[in-house]
Design a protein around this ligand. Structure first.
Ligand code: AKG
Ligand code: FE2
Length: 314
């Protein structure tokens, strides 16, 4: 009995061990299965992410770096979008209009001097010091007088009245006019137009961007957009940079977004970037990561109904 019992015990032990080891083997192989599945899943995700990035955004080319100084404009022609057809047309027939038929983008470092950029930066600093957005993006429009203040805007000409002459001088405005006129000329030359058919249009504004988070939609400068759609009257947009990428601020590069690639402009004080304003030049500004970025948006229309006079002191 005892032996039998022992034998029985032995039999029971063996089958338990067998069962346990079978369970261990089954568990191990299912762990292996899960690991293989997980690895396959991660691999597929990585592959899809890579395919998506190649598809949507594959090549980012630096059109002009901050360290480079262009001795003549760098120009890229692109096919015009159909956007201009949705607006009143001012064809350049007999040199009386300027609706883009040649479209593109260009950058020049020889329109504005470093000294002029410095003076305009000081003008932007003193103007924007009168107010400023709670969020990361503030504007000062010398034409309308709009200045970011908290979550809203004020009109500096109404708010400060004649005292605004203690802040801005006639020379400041003279410089703005001189620079606007030179930008207008280089746009006309580049796109084969008669400069007198281009008119300054609104809004034209100084911008100051830092890394503070957005508090209202006005602070969200980084969204991709088309200037012709956003501003309506714009036919040619120009941007004059007053500070240097990677020196005065990080991030904040200007990015042209093409179907299969991006072209990046790195701001540099005195650098002017200009382009036809339709969807052939979809663009956005990278979020500023640190420091302060100053620029001026100066834009032109072909429609005399949307022309504005140069800003002037009241
Ligand atoms: O500041 C920039 O580089 C671009 C600003 C811009 O896209 C705009 O004012 O429409
Ligand atoms: Fe824009």
């Amino acid at each position: 009995m005892a032996l039998q019992r022992r034998g029985n015990v032995k039999t029971a032990d063996t089958s338990t061990i067998e069962k346990q080891s079978k369970r261990v083997i089954t568990q191990t192989s299912s762990y292996r299965g899960y690991t293989a599945l997980l690895l396959a899943f991660i691999g597929t995700c990585a592959l899809l992410t890579w395919i998506c990035s190649v598809w949507t955004n594959d090549i980012t080319e630096t059109m002009v770096s901050r360290g480079e100084i262009l001795t003549q404009p760098r120009v890229f022609m692109v096919q015009c979008s159909e956007d201009y057809q949705k607006y009143k047309h001012f064809p350049d027939v007999l040199s009386s209009g300027c609706t883009p038929t040649k479209c593109g983008r260009a950058v020049s470092d020889s329109v504005v001097t470093a000294d002029e950029a410095q003076t305009l930066k000081r003008l932007a600093e003193k103007g924007l010091a009168l107010g400023g957005s709670d969020g990361g993006a503030s504007i000062l429009d010398l034409h309308s007088g709009a200045l970011s203040m908290g979550k809203k805007f004020i009109n500096i000409y109404r708010y400060f009245n004649k005292q605004i002459r203690d802040i801005f001088t006639e020379d400041d405005f003279k410089l703005y006019r001189a620079v606007r006129s030179r930008i207008q000329r280089v746009i006309a030359e580049t796109f084969g137009l008669d400069s007198s058919n281009l008119y300054l249009t609104k809004p034209t504004f100084f911008s100051r961007i830092n890394s503070t988070g957005a508090k209202t939609a006005h602070d969200e400068y980084w969204h991709p957009h088309i200037d012709k759609v956003t501003y309506g009257s714009f036919d040619y947009t120009s941007l004059l940079y007053l500070t240097d990428y990677d020196v005065d601020f990080g991030g904040g590069r200007f990015i042209f977004m093409d179907p299969n690639s991006n072209q990046t402009v790195e701001p540099r004080a005195g650098r002017v970037s200009f382009f036809s304003s339709g969807s052939e030049n979809l663009h956005h500004v990278e979020k500023v990561a640190w420091g302060t970025r100053y620029a001026i948006t100066v834009s032109f229309t072909c429609d005399p109904d949307y022309a504005i006079a140069d800003p002037s002191l009241p």
